[in-house]
Ligand binder design. Structure first.
Ligand SMILES: N[C@@H](CCC(=O)N[C@@H](CS)C(=O)NCC(=O)O)C(=O)O
Length: 222
């Protein structure tokens, strides 16, 4: 098999890449990385010294591709399928990239900041950082609520790379700062995402690991 994905099923950025792979039924070898295991971690760092997943390895073309958006762009360019994760027209592609960046930077990253703080030891927590991250999430929710009043998917009427980014980011964001009644359009959009078979599959595969997700008190849930 030409493609190998280094990932962890619980990771939001990894689920983003998995959704893209599942959308087009792209065959790939699965390599689960356990960063807590020295051997697994060392093997992964040999592939990508930055140590962030997902990373795609394409043996046929001898390429190593980190960064979830670049992975999806790469799949689109070299392993396309029936779901066009980026449209052909330049303006449409820019919209997809914009909303992909938006969900990564303004939803996923602040959500991760809140979660990371829960994992910090007592005395090393950063309440000011958490407050700022939650304020960023609040601003993002308002933008999503406005945008999703008139759209089916994140960048328009077609499912795209932006939805691959949005689904796992919103799932975990809702856990750290629930959408609430003021975000009905966003909640409806997320309900559509949950029903999308590609994301439903990635989420189901993460379920056995959900107990590792830290709850509000900092302990792992479940
Ligand atoms: N910009 C990167 C972000 C990747 C990222 O933050 N991955 C997290 C998991 S969701 C990770 O590798 N965390 C492990 C660590 O930071 O040690 C992408 O889009 O792939």
């Amino acid at each position: 098999m030409s493609l190998r994905l280094y990932f962890h099923p619980l990771s939001s950025f990894c689920q983003k890449a998995l959704v893209a792979l599942y959308e087009n039924d792209t065959p790939f070898e699965r390599r689960i990385v356990d960063l807590g295991d020295e051997t697994s971690r060392a093997a992964f760092l040999a592939v990508w010294p930055i140590g962030k997943f997902p990373v795609l390895r394409d043996e046929r073309r001898d390429r190593t591709i980190p960064e979830s958006s670049i992975i999806i762009e790469y799949l689109h360019a070299h392993y396309p399928g029936p779901t066009m994760l980026l449209p052909d027209d330049a303006d449409g592609a820019l919209q997809v990239r914009l909303w992909d960046r938006f969900y990564d930077q303004h939803v996923n990253e602040p959500m991760q900041a809140v979660v990371a703080d829960r994992l910090r030891p007592d005395g090393r927590k950063d309440p000011f950082g958490v407050e700022k991250a939650k304020a960023r999430l609040q601003a993002s929710y308002a933008v999503i609520e406005r945008e999703m009043a008139t759209r089916t998917w994140a960048a328009g009427e077609a499912f795209s790379m932006a939805d691959c980014a949005a689904a796992p980011a919103l799932f975990y964001a809702d856990k750290v700062m629930p959408f609430g009644d003021a975000h009905a359009n966003m909640a409806r959009y997320f309900a559509r995402l949950r029903e999308r078979p590609s994301y439903a599959r990635a989420r189901a595969e993460a379920e056995p690991y959900f107990h590792l997700f830290p709850d509000d008190a900092g302990a792992s849930a479940g």
